[in-house]
Design a protein around this ligand. Structure first.
Ligand SMILES: [Zn+2]
Length: 181
């Protein structure tokens, strides 16, 4: 029994070492997607408009201060245990291990988080686009002295910039319905 435990713990140390040895840029591309600029991403762990998440030897966010290695990132991104995160990395990078592949539950969780992140990314892009177009209309309304319209547009611009998600979505729907259908 003692030997078995010893063996398991050796495998596990090994799996963490292997997972952490994958180059950080490969991990970033695989789990964070293609960055919009250079090697900077929007931090997945706090709300931000500008990208402040990057890597050197490890990952680091200059916005919220989060930092960590490969396994830390994958754990936190998908809400996995350290072991499941290491298993996922080894599986995704075809690293042979003397351990199990990730469980079905872990894989389902990863898929779910990925879908959720894609949904959020789509909404963020829509909000940015709508903001640009509405700001343009707002300028025109201002120049033409269309006071009433200008007030409505200004209100929607405020909503789009709001930190409250519900308010952002409401402004987005309004803009799409009335002038960006
Ligand atoms: Zn952050």
């Amino acid at each position: 029994m003692k030997i078995l435990t010893q063996k398991a713990s050796n495998c596990q140390t090994n799996i963490f070492r292997l997972a952490n040895r994958v180059p950080v840029q490969d991990i970033a591309l695989r789990y964070m997607g293609t960055p919009k600029k250079g090697k900077w991403w929007r931090c997945p762990f706090h709300q931000e408009k500008e990208e402040s998440f990057t890597y050197k030897i490890k990952f680091r966010c200059f916005g919220c201060g989060w930092n960590g290695g490969n396994v830390d990132l994958v754990m936190k991104l998908f809400g996995l245990s350290p072991l499941e995160a290491a298993r996922l990395i080894c599986r995704d990078f075809s690293i042979p291990i003397d351990d199990h592949p990730p469980t079905k539950e872990a894989m389902a969780r990863v898929a779910e988080v990925r879908r959720e992140r894609e949904r959020e990314e789509t909404i963020k892009n829509k909000i940015e686009q709508t903001y640009k177009e509405t700001a343009l209309l707002h300028r025109v309304a201002f120049q033409l002295g269309m006071d009433h319209v200008e007030v409505v547009l200004a209100d929607v611009l405020d909503g789009l910039q709001s930190r409250e998600k519900a308010r952002q979505i409401e402004a987005l729907r309004y803009a799409r319905k009335w002038w960006l259908a």
